[in-house]
Design a protein around this ligand. Structure first.
Ligand code: SAM
Length: 234
C-alpha cells in the first residue's frame, strides 16, 4: 500500500466547504449548512492582516518570535506572517495546530498567494502546506513552519510562545474551543508578556480568557466587525 495522504482526515463538520470570494478580492471557505466560514466575508486577507499581523505579531515587538496558531486552516495567517519576515529583522518560528487539514484542492482554489499580491510564492506556499506533520519547513526569509494535528484541548506547552493567533470557528459553531480549560492551556503555553489575538469579541470568550489568568482588551476590529480581542499573559 502506498503512503496515505496527510490530508486524508475527514472533517467532523457537516456540510461542504466551498471557496467564496470576499470583499477584498481574497477567497475564503464557506459552509452553508454550518453557516460558518474560515474568514470574514468582508475581506479574508484584510481581516487576517488586521487581527493577526497588526494586533498579534506586531504587538510582540520581538525580533525572534514564536507564534502558535490555533486553527491553521487554509494557512492565510501563516502566509502573511511569512511575508512579514526578513532575516535579521524579524524571524518567526511558527507552529500551527490543525486536526482537520484542508484538502489541497481547496487550498489551490482559494489561492492565497495571488490574493495577497505574491503569486510567485504560490509553489513554495503549497509545498509548505503539504509538509508532513511535525516536520520543520524553512524559508530563507527567516520563517520556520511546522504544523501538528494536536487539538488545542490537548496542547501541552510551557512558556514557549510569544504570540497566539486564536482563529477557531465561532463559539456558536464550536463552543468546545472557547472554554476556560482551553485558555488555561494556552495561558500556560504563553511566555510572560505574550499576546493572544482573536477576531472574536464576545463577552463569554473574554470571561473565559480572564478566568484562565489573561488580561484582556477589546480593540477596534477589521471591516464589518466593530471589535476584536487581544489578551496578555502578565
Ligand atoms: C476559522 S478556521 C481557521 C482559519 C485559518 N486560520 C485560515 O487562515 O484559513 C478554524 C480552524 O480550526 C480548526 N480546528 C477545529 N477543531 C480544532 C481543535 N480542536 N484544535 C485546533 N484547531 C481546530 C478547523 O479545522 C479550522 O481549520
Amino acid at each position: 500500500m502506498g503512503p496515505v495522504s496527510i490530508h486524508a482526515a475527514a472533517s467532523p463538520f457537516p456540510g461542504e466547504w466551498i471557496p467564496v470570494l470576499t470583499g477584498d478580492g481574497s477567497f475564503t471557505l464557506d459552509n452553508a449548512q454550518l453557516q460558518e466560514h474560515y474568514h470574514s466575508v468582508f475581506g479574508a486577507a484584510t481581516e487576517s492582516r488586521h487581527v493577526y499581523i497588526t494586533n498579534g505579531l506586531h504587538r510582540s515587538g520581538g525580533r525572534n518570535v514564536k507564534v502558535l496558531e490555533v486553527g491553521l486552516g487554509t494557512g492565510l495567517n501563516a502566509l502573511l506572517t511569512w511575508m512579514a519576515c526578513r532575516t535579521g529583522v524579524l524571524e518567526v518560528e511558527y507552529l500551527g495546530l490543525e486536526p482537520f487539514p484542508v484538502a489541497p484542492s481547496l487550498l489551490a482554489a482559494v489561492d492565497h498567494a495571488r490574493a495577497v499580491g505574491r503569486p510567485e510564492l504560490r509553489e513554495d506556499f503549497e509545498a509548505m502546506m503539504a509538509a508532513p506533520e511535525d516536520r520543520t519547513w524553512s524559508h530563507p526569509d527567516g520563517f520556520t513552519f511546522r504544523w501538528i494535528r494536536t487539538p488545542v484541548q490537548e496542547l501541552d506547552l510551557e512558556e514557549a510562545v510569544d504570540v497566539v493567533y486564536f482563529d477557531a470557528f465561532a463559539p456558536s459553531v464550536q463552543p468546545a474551543m472557547w472554554t476556560v480549560d482551553v485558555f488555561t492551556r494556552i495561558h500556560k503555553a504563553m511566555r510572560p508578556g505574550a499576546v493572544l489575538a482573536t477576531y472574536c469579541a464576545q463577552g463569554e470568550a473574554r470571561r473565559a480568557m480572564e478566568a484562565a489568568g489573561m488580561v484582556t482588551e477589546r480593540i477596534p476590529g477589521p471591516p464589518g466587525k466593530r471589535q476584536m480581542l487581544v489578551a496578555y499573559r502578565r
